[in-house]
Design a protein around this ligand. Structure first.
Ligand code: ATP
Ligand code: MG
Length: 449
């Protein structure tokens, strides 16, 4: 069976956005063992879209489109595909009522063009959109299947996983078993290198790496005539990957790093307090993604200024004076202080130099505690900018570089801190700091604390 991808959107043709949808679908098809020999990009233009559908239908069994399912006039994929297959569109009252009610509930005005999203080609059926309004559509005619998916990747990817994969699997005689192993703390190339021997000798199951933000996923997929046989093919390879990567694997399938951390805290009946400087609440925000987190996560303090570190967390002013706000010693005292002040078994701290952001004020006003500029210079600069000197808290006199981050962990009565050197934009450094802090805590908890 062959499939091909038809990406619809003038933005794509003009290079305004990158065609990540095609890359995602291509990888998924490969995992499913479906051959995909062509990818096309076409603008929001009816004639050219029909021409592209024509070529695709002449050479592939399944055509998967993305984009152009929204309510606006330039969203023409469904109407055009229905016309191409000679199918009529009728309003699905049930779906229309659902869309209308949803919009009213959210206080959004319902306009006539929203009705477009509830138009269904006869003999077609809708695919549920878990993350948005526009449903997908699947239509079949003369042995050809056309699957229309929305453009926003967040909507498309969920729809592909939940709705499209089962349909494709049904169409093949092959049954699949797949498991995703989620890895952090080591980079993609290091992980691949460690797994070299396992990956090289495998064709069924396949092992596909996916680089994600600050982590790597490996999806193991086995194909066989029945699902249980596929599982049995995959399991020894999954075991081998566990044997090689060990505790670098933090979870499977949809498990997130924060979930892994929280389940360890629950298991060990420990409570957590966070003291975040350069991450500014990113860690807390990730923790509260997990429902039920209130059993273990007590409080997160965004302790940005030196004054806050002293008054809220009990960091000694001498420590900051001697070593700087961005130092191992300060990270140690922040972690221990958070645990003590908030009466928790575990304290997690981050202090670092995230550097200037694309839109940030350049010097003292935003970054005083984490600037790599000597304290005296900050004072001068800030003075010139009209920032009162008393607001400036950078007694960090050492020549510290952007990306320098210290992460402290207090657990089991002991406090430790580690030094990191991250690179990239301000947001990247902050994201990496939050990820690494969660991962370090996970490893500490795993190793008996
Ligand atoms: P909407 O209801 O948002 O209008 P849609 O299904 O009509 O969705 P488009 O209007 O084509 O889809 O695209 C909406 C947005 O989705 C684009 O602005 C872009 O951000 C993203 N997008 C569309 N196609 C792709 C693609 N191939 N790869 C990555 N992102 C895409
Ligand atoms: Mg649109």
């Amino acid at each position: 069976m062959t499939a091909e991808i038809l990406s619809v959107g003038t933005e794509l043709l003009l290079g305004d956005i990158i065609n990540t949808n095609a890359a995602f679908i291509a990888r998924e098809l490969k995992q499913l063992g479906i051959s995909a020999y062509f990818q096309t990009v076409v603008g929001d233009n009816k004639e050219r879209l029909i021409a592209a559908l024509n070529s695709a239908a002449a050479r592939s069994d399944i055509i998967i489109t993305t984009g152009g399912l929204g309510p606006t006039a330039d969203d023409i994929t469904k109407e055009t595909a229905a016309e191409f297959l000679g199918l009529e569109l009728t309003l699905d009252e049930n779906l229309w009522n659902g869309i209308r009610e949803g919009m009213l509930k959210r206080g959004r005005p319902v306009t006539e063009n929203n009705k477009k999203q509830a138009l269904l080609p006869n003999s077609g059926r809708f695919l549920h959109n878990a993350n948005g309004t526009a449903p997908g559509v699947i239509m079949e005619k003369n042995g050809k299947t056309v699957i229309l998916l929305p453009g926003p990747p967040f909507e498309m990817e969920a729809m592909f996983k939940n709705e499209v994969i089962p349909i494709i699997i049904q169409k093949t005689d092959t049954r699949f078993y797949s498991k995703t192993l989620r890895i952090c703390g080591i980079g993609e190339s290091q992980a691949e290198d460690m797994l070299k021997d396992v990956i090289e000798t495998q064709t069924n199951p396949t092992i596909a790496p996916y680089a994600k933000s600050f982590e790597v996923h490996f999806r193991v997929t086995a194909a066989s005539a029945d699902a249980e046989a596929a599982r049995k093919l995959a399991q020894p390879v999954i075991d081998k990957i566990y044997a090689v990567l060990g505790e670098n694997i933090y979870g499977e399938d949809e498990t997130t790093l924060e979930e892994a951390v929280i389940s360890l805290l629950l298991k060990k009946k420990l409570t957590l307090a966070c003291a975040e400087s350069c991450t500014g609440g990113l860690i807390a925000s990730r923790l509260v993604n997990v429902s039920g987190v209130s059993a273990v996560f007590m409080e997160g303090i965004v302790s940005y200024s030196n004054e806050s570190k002293v008054t809220r967390l009990g960091v000694s002013p001498e420590t900051i004076e001697k070593y700087g706000a961005v130092s191992k010693q300060t990270a140690l005292e922040m972690a221990a202080g958070a645990a003590r002040v908030l009466n928790c078994g575990v304290g997690l701290s981050v202090t670092g130099i995230a550097g200037a952001g694309a839109t940030g004020l350049s010097v003292a006003a935003t970054d005083a505690a984490e600037s790599n500029i000597a304290g005296a210079d900050i004072a001068k600069t800030a003075g010139r900018r009209g920032v009162p000197e008393s607001d400036i808290c950078a007694e960090d006199k050492a020549d510290k570089q952007t990306g320098l981050v210290f992460i402290g962990i207090f657990v089991g009565g002991h406090v430790t801190a580690e030094e990191f050197h991250f690179t990239g934009s301000r947001n990247r450094i902050r994201g990496q700091s939050a990820q690494t802090a969660l991962d370090l805590l996970r490893r500490k908890l795993l190793n008996g604390n």
